[in-house]
Design a protein around this ligand. Structure first.
Ligand code: 8OZ
Length: 368
């Protein structure tokens, strides 16, 4: 065996069990927002082609998908809250399964990372506290500055928890192998967790226990209606994405992970570092602490290449490794890794919105 093929020894390319399902390999397609849904937040047939092209992943985690109209924060993102969403997603899960792939859906509520243009009745986006994020929202008419959100009443939270529960049930009806609760990247659940965005004085703010309450209620609700071996979660403990921060992330996320163990979730998916940015972050901590605490499968993500992924397996630092951006222009990413082939670069201009261009037209390697 030549050194160039040394990576083929890695069990990255071997099947592994993930709760109820067997994966063909340990390489995951991370959730990627592509903003190509139709009116009514319905995913398209083009999305079925796009995901089927990527079915060589051990697991696809489909793009962040809003659990309610209020949970939407970007133009043209898909939903999972009614029958047309179930019908739309069913075509996608069928297409992926037909090619031997496995697919989870990422359940999303953006909280304050939205804009009245994207909200029902042009209402204000909601959040734990009325604190405006820095930055801009991606609306159908371009980028617009974020606004100061409306702080949720505690009495509104049970309905949001219920929406996660319904979305989980609808996801299984749509043929997904499971769901990932999106508690990362500065969206609603993360806004409750971290003290820069949560300044509430009720049972949902203040102490770590209180800030983790909404997330744990969501986990409890989701695992009460679908098997916990079909439920994963994503956290980004040290990421500043979407203008978020915490005064003691190690204590906060250690508590969260310890509590999550009560629900026997199938995996913990961690964005290691700044989302889409550096892996090392000021004020960060060693995220292996969380892996050690969690009694389930650990999916590592953020800035991995093949060499890092092989090392992560050799040193047992992760069970599965999720790649995001490399999947965009490399639909056959696993085959390219095996072959040691060069990776194609994606076109930034066709990342969000539009149709087939820059979405389903990236060729597999033999045609490149
Ligand atoms: C990039 C663009 C739009 C959404 C996330 C769902 O950060 C996202 C997202 C990323 O988790």
């Amino acid at each position: 065996m030549t050194n160039a093929n040394a990576h083929l020894h890695s069990d990255l390319f071997k099947p592994v069990q993930l709760g109820a399902v067997q994966l063909q390999n340990r390489i995951v397609m991370a959730p990627l927002t592509r903003s190509r849904a139709k009116a009514g937040d319905v995913p398209t047939e083009l999305a079925a082609e796009y995901y089927a092209q990527r079915a060589g992943a051990g697991l696809i985690i489909a793009e962040a998908t809003q659990i309610s109209p209020q949970g939407k924060g970007y133009a043209w993102t898909p939903g999972i809250y009614n029958e047309s969403h179930v019908a739309g997603w069913k075509k996608i899960t069928d297409a992926v399964h037909a090619k031997g792939g496995r697919i989870f859906l990422q359940l999303w509520h953006v909280g304050r990372i939205s804009h009245p243009d994207l909200q029902p009745g042009n209402a204000l986006p909601v959040a734990p506290s009325a604190i405006k994020p820095d930055g801009n929202a991606f609306t159908e008419s371009g980028f617009k500055p974020f606004v100061e959100p409306r702080a949720l009443e505690a009495s509104e939270l049970p309905a949001i928890v219920e929406q996660y529960k319904i979305a989980a049930q609808l996801s299984l009806q749509a043929g997904f192998d499971g769901v990932e609760i999106h508690a990362a990247n500065g969206y609603l659940l993360d806004q409750f967790l971290r003290d820069k965005t949560n300044q509430r004085t009720d049972n949902y703010g203040g102490s770590i226990e209180n800030r983790a309450r909404l997330l744990l209620e969501v986990v409890e609700a989701v695992t009460s209606v679908i098997p916990s071996e079909r439920v994963g979660i994503r956290l980004s403990p040290i990421s500043p994405a979407n203008d978020i921060a915490d005064s003691n992330p190690k204590a906060l996320f250690s508590y969260v992970v310890e509590q999550l163990n009560r629900y026997k979730l199938v995996y913990l998916h961690v964005v290691e570092g700044a989302t889409g940015g550096p892996r090392e972050v000021d004020g960060g901590f060693d995220l292996q602490v969380l892996r050690d605490l969690f009694k389930g499968i650990y999916i590592a993500n953020n800035g991995y290449d093949l060499e890092m992924a092989v090392k992560a397996r050799d040193r047992n630092l992760a069970d599965l490794v999720a790649f995001g951006r490399p999947w965009i222009a490399n639909p056959d990413l696993v085959e390219r890794f095996k072959a040691g082939a060069a990776l194609a670069e994606f076109n930034q201009a066709t990342l969000y919105g539009g149709g087939a261009e820059g979405y389903t037209d990236y060729p597999p390697m033999q045609q490149s």
